[in-house]
Design a binder for this molecule. Structure first.
Ligand code: KG4
Ligand code: ZN
Length: 356
């Protein structure tokens, strides 16, 4: 069967055609119109501008996705669309477009949860995970751990109580002069900092903890992992401490070593995620681990989680970077399983900003 997946929850308009044959998912096209350049000068996504840009892009990228895949709309079997969570004005664009598209081509419509879709990106890899597994979605808006009992049975077992990890990178990155979205630039600056602190070119993460830079009290930052067996996080404390540290340097005129700071900040964020996933693996031993979402592109997080999975003897699935950020293929992938489970949306489908 053939599915088309639509996505417009934040600042990427995306459409993708997916083929499913004998249970194997193959991406035939994956078209993304990114608005990153538009929002950069504001230092973050401006919801009204995002909604308008989605409207301008969605028709073009849909027909591009169909033409790259080489199929006519009538050859499709299902339309999948992200309906929640996200920016309401942004979500509404793909939801309304998908409803009209499904209606005019007499196709069934399924709604998809954006966080499930991020995790479903792992089904598009050469060796897709099979539930049950543990999954973590790390993005600009979420830091959530799920026990995935089945393809459509996601149980939230941990999340952030305030800011998301990606937001924490973006906001603090902006303060040290990294343009929006700061994640990738932060990653590179942290690599520089880890190398400087340890004198090692690679494999510096573990050595960093023993370095003088890590022990430097002027660089102290709190862990965003909440104490105890809870699987919850709080990134606002880390972010506020980082903002204070940066302001202190500005006020005293003492130069801030941006690379060492980025390394320290990244270390706390990554260790918190690894620590909580370690607790989750103890609570649910012997099942695979899936990590996805824009922040799963972080090289330090990828290395650290590979080490954690190896220590615990579990398989780690992290989709390629191209599928970690928002895209339509992940929506079509989750849409396929929702379709199989019998879910169907009607013309009353509405977008929701919240998780449920
Ligand atoms: O999943 P995504 O594309 O959109 C949301 O659903 O939010 O995630 C975007 C987030 C941004 O905060 C961006 O800074 C972050 O992913 N990001 C990274 C990296 N690449 C992107 N964060 C840390 N390290 C990276 N290499
Ligand atoms: Zn996302």
């Amino acid at each position: 069967m053939y599915l088309i997946g639509f996505e417009s929850s934040c600042d990427e308009t995306a459409a993708s055609v997916l083929r499913v044959e004998d249970g194997k998912l193959t991406v035939l096209s994956d078209i993304i119109a990114s608005q990153v350049e538009t929002h950069r000068r504001f230092g973050g996504v401006v919801p009204e501008i995002a909604g308008r840009a989605h409207i301008e892009a969605i028709s073009r990228i849909t027909y591009e996705a169909l033409s790259v895949a080489g199929i006519e709309p009538d050859a499709l079997d299902c339309v999948a669309v992200t309906s929640h969570p996200g920016l309401i004005g942004a979500l509404l664009v793909a939801v309304n477009f998908a409803k009209s598209f499904a209606l005019s081509h007499r196709l069934p419509l399924v709604e998809v949860d954006h966080m499930r879709a991020h995790i479903a990106a792992a089904y598009l890899t050469e060796t897709p995970p099979k539930p049950p597994f543990l999954a973590m979605a790390v993005s600009g808006g979420h830091t959530s751990i799920y026990y995935v009992a089945d393809y459509t049975d996601y149980r939230l077992i941990g999340s952030t109580r305030d800011d998301a990890i990606g937001e924490a990178f973006d906001k603090v990155g902006r303060l040290i002069g990294i343009p929006y979205p700061a994640g990738a630039g932060f990653d590179r600056l942290a690599t520089e900092g880890f190398r400087k602190a340890t004198g090692l070119e690679t494999d510096f993460f573990r050595a960093y903890r023993k370095s003088d830079a890590y022990r430097d009290p002027a660089m102290h930052l709190p862990s965003p992992a909440l104490a105890g067996d809870t699987l919850d996080f709080s990134f606002s404390g880390l972010k506020t401490a980082a903002v204070n540290l940066i302001h202190h340097h500005e006020q005293t005129g003492e130069p801030l070593d941006r690379a060492l700071f980025a390394a320290r900040y990244t270390y706390e964020a990554v260790e918190a995620v690894a620590g909580k996933l370690g607790v989750a693996l103890t609570q649910h031993p012997g099942i695979p681990l899936v990590v996805s979402g824009g922040v799963a592109a972080n090289s330090h997080l990828r290395h650290r989680l590979a080490a954690l999975a190896a220590e615990r003897g579990v398989t780690l699935h992290i989709p390629p970077i191209s599928l970690c950020g928002d895209n339509g293929a992940m929506v079509a992938a989750q849409g396929y399983y929702e379709f199989l489970a019998g879910a169907r949306a009607t013309s009353h489908l509405n977008a929701r900003a919240t998780d449920d």
